[in-house]
Design a protein around this ligand. Sequence first.
Ligand SMILES: Cc1cc2nc3c(=O)[nH]c(=O)nc-3n(C[C@H](O)[C@H](O)[C@H](O)COP(=O)(O)OP(=O)(O)OC[C@H]3O[C@@H](n4cnc5c(N)ncnc54)[C@H](O)[C@@H]3O)c2cc1C
Ligand SMILES: *[C@@H]1O[C@H](CO)[C@@H](O)[C@H](O)[C@H]1NC(C)=O
Ligand SMILES: *[C@@H]1O[C@H](CO)[C@@H](O)[C@H](O)[C@H]1NC(C)=O
Ligand SMILES: *[C@@H]1O[C@H](CO)[C@@H](O)[C@H](O)[C@H]1NC(C)=O
Ligand SMILES: *[C@@H]1O[C@H](CO)[C@@H](O)[C@H](O)[C@H]1NC(C)=O
Ligand SMILES: *[C@@H]1O[C@H](CO)[C@@H](O)[C@H](O)[C@H]1NC(C)=O
Ligand SMILES: *[C@@H]1O[C@H](CO)[C@@H](O)[C@H](O)[C@H]1NC(C)=O
Ligand SMILES: *[C@@H]1O[C@H](CO)[C@@H](O)[C@H](O)[C@H]1NC(C)=O
Ligand SMILES: *[C@@H]1O[C@H](CO)[C@@H](O)[C@H](O)[C@H]1NC(C)=O
Ligand SMILES: *[C@@H]1O[C@H](CO)[C@@H](O)[C@H](O)[C@H]1NC(C)=O
Ligand SMILES: *[C@@H]1O[C@H](CO)[C@@H](O)[C@H](O)[C@H]1NC(C)=O
Length: 570
Amino acid sequence: MTISHIVVFSVLFLTSHLVARTSGSPLVETTYVVVGGGTAGLAIATRLSENSANTVIVLEAGSDGFNNPNIGNLSISSIQALPGSSVDWNYTSLPLKFASNQIIAETRGRVLGGSSAVNGALFTRPNEIDLDLWESAFGATGWNWNNISAAIKTAEHFSATAGLTSILSFHGTSGPIFDSQQTPVDNVWEQGVIPAVLAAGGTESIDQNGGDPTGIWYTPRAMFPNSTRSYSANSYYQPNAGRPNLQVMVNATVSRILWGNSKNGKAVATGVEYIDAAGEKLTVSGDRVILSAGVFGTPQVLELSGVGNPQIINPLGISTVVDLPAVGENLSEQPTTIYLAAFASGTTDSGLQFPNNFETPRTLLNSTEWTTAYSLLQTAPPGLSDAAHKALMAMFLNNSVIIEFMSFPSPNPAGLIFLPILLHPMSRGSSHIVSANATAAPSIDLALIQSPFDLYILTKAAQRARRFATQASLAPFLAGELLPGAAITTDAQFSQFVKDSMGVAWHPLGTAAFGSVVDANLRVNGTTNVFVVDGSIIPVQPGSHPSAIIYGIGEKAAAMLKASPLTNDV
Ligand SMILES: Cc1cc2nc3c(=O)[nH]c(=O)nc-3n(C[C@H](O)[C@H](O)[C@H](O)COP(=O)(O)OP(=O)(O)OC[C@H]3O[C@@H](n4cnc5c(N)ncnc54)[C@H](O)[C@@H]3O)c2cc1C
Ligand SMILES: *[C@@H]1O[C@H](CO)[C@@H](O)[C@H](O)[C@H]1NC(C)=O
Ligand SMILES: *[C@@H]1O[C@H](CO)[C@@H](O)[C@H](O)[C@H]1NC(C)=O
Ligand SMILES: *[C@@H]1O[C@H](CO)[C@@H](O)[C@H](O)[C@H]1NC(C)=O
Ligand SMILES: *[C@@H]1O[C@H](CO)[C@@H](O)[C@H](O)[C@H]1NC(C)=O
Ligand SMILES: *[C@@H]1O[C@H](CO)[C@@H](O)[C@H](O)[C@H]1NC(C)=O
Ligand SMILES: *[C@@H]1O[C@H](CO)[C@@H](O)[C@H](O)[C@H]1NC(C)=O
Ligand SMILES: *[C@@H]1O[C@H](CO)[C@@H](O)[C@H](O)[C@H]1NC(C)=O
Ligand SMILES: *[C@@H]1O[C@H](CO)[C@@H](O)[C@H](O)[C@H]1NC(C)=O
Ligand SMILES: *[C@@H]1O[C@H](CO)[C@@H](O)[C@H](O)[C@H]1NC(C)=O
Ligand SMILES: *[C@@H]1O[C@H](CO)[C@@H](O)[C@H](O)[C@H]1NC(C)=O
């Protein structure tokens, strides 16, 4: 049984609960319906509601998560407890055709705060060129390093830590998301890892956030001064939860956009339909619909609403509203391999630091290897657009960082991990619905290392991780290599190890990208008033962890929409 209720509430949400009616038009329309209360969703909703003329409702599929002890705690054990728990969507990939048929658990937060509630909280920025290319290669006018980094600063509240380097002017210091480094610093980093990286030809950074992240540094994490997680739910939304024009509903899964009469040949959204905790279908209306459902949720809601590739949606019984075949395409994820050495007895680590070492092609590769990599870069794998291919070549020639070595302690067995992350993969996959059932998971094809370039760079990174670990400065701290292990010595063996040990950074992006799904105003092509505001719009992987950029997207989108009257929606 499906009862379609109309949700009605007073202009300023003077009552704390929503009143449902069975028929009639809504008494009051919201200005903004935000689909997904995640990283970008709560940032934009909170900012839009600063203007009291806007009424804003957020519909979040998960629960609020405020009593979940593992969300606030940034210890390694708490972070590891979140994937696969009640706050994870538990997405899995199709078997990886190019990496030993493995299946990847693609963790995404299903809770207020979205993936900012479950992530590692590392707060980083990429090379300037990585963001400048959004404007120069994908037509996203106004989206360049200067504009995006200004927006990230609006989100950030950085505090310097005594005894550690940082450059205050690279950071925002009065935004809602707190971030800082953690001390005391463990000896294994100061006396072991950093000297090893320098001895192997790497460099040290004094702050990775000014447009060139190259080098190793104690990367800040998004946390309050008391070391608990600062994320969109407790830092954007909670302090403003009392605003009468901001309403957040949890346990509300949006099933589709509702459409009215089209205007000038473009689809006009009138609101959304959602499924509440009891399984009932309800609707809410609004002048603008903001999709912030994340890299899998956003293309899912678009396809369920008839916006996508007709060949994918029509056979599922969904009729085409906008023919937009790039929806759900261009999915990219950063693949990882691993290096693990056991700690020598007596080595201890607090787990407070995750020093990140970002390296460029010119540092990772010698001149022969650089030429090999550059020649592999010339061949685009299936699904990589011409614009994205050119952007990847520009980043490589610009010597933009290509590999990040994350370093952190392994709890069991106790040891040191170098986790090499391929920052600018060429391979492209997709995420599409397989059913008109809004609660069924999409089919996720990550296509990791389909490109030989990706495999080659990761292979070189796996070898370089061993070079770090075998420098003299680390000898007192380490007992012996566990992974890849002494049996792995040739290039071919390292490549096979990369395939067998394949993981992901949990940075999937790009399924509603600039230039193919949204324009520079974030408006979905072929609609007047549907916008995407989350990591789906990012056209190529930046050389960073993406959450800082995604907060910046929320901030910049809010500023743009606040300045754009509804009469612009034509
Ligand atoms: C385990 C892990 C570790 C990571 N570590 C880091 C890190 O250290 N640093 C970093 O910068 N980045 C990290 N990331 C990546 C980063 O957290 C994400 O890229 C970012 O948070 C994504 O933001 P978003 O707004 O695009 O989507 P999300 O924050 O995922 O928000 C999407 C929201 O929409 C909701 N939703 C989806 N579908 C629907 C629907 N139909 N109806 C209603 N609601 C819906 C979801 O429940 C979710 O709340 C990590 C990610 C993971 C998973
Ligand atoms: C949402 O669902 C969760 C899990 O079922 C439940 O514990 C919680 O009370 C619900 N929250 C609201 C506000 O309904
Ligand atoms: C976080 O978890 C760790 C490890 O379980 C524990 O020692 C610590 O006290 C917790 N911190 C807080 C603030 O709860
Ligand atoms: C993910 O798996 C956990 C553990 O089995 C479960 O509690 C949770 O409900 C699952 N999430 C979803 C969205 O099904
Ligand atoms: C790299 O990119 C930056 C920023 O776009 C630019 O200033 C610089 O000139 C580029 N360098 C090279 C070598 O292309
Ligand atoms: C972007 O930044 C430039 C300066 O680099 C500035 O002139 C311009 O106004 C900004 N545009 C937007 C849309 O923020
Ligand atoms: C940590 O600080 C935040 C922000 O001030 C506060 O909300 C939270 O309750 C504190 N948590 C603990 C465990 O002290
Ligand atoms: C996205 O994918 C579509 C289909 O493969 C392609 O036409 C488009 O150019 C891609 N867009 C980007 C920005 O890569
Ligand atoms: C570069 O490294 C390779 C091993 O990958 C080695 O065979 C080659 O001799 C090196 N070339 C130079 C110029 O150092
Ligand atoms: C929709 O999919 C969910 C999750 O796979 C399943 O539990 C539910 O029964 C399905 N509903 C219908 C009507 O098929
Ligand atoms: C939007 O669609 C139109 C018509 O299909 C096309 O000409 C235009 O290039 C598209 N814009 C974007 C940003 O994809």
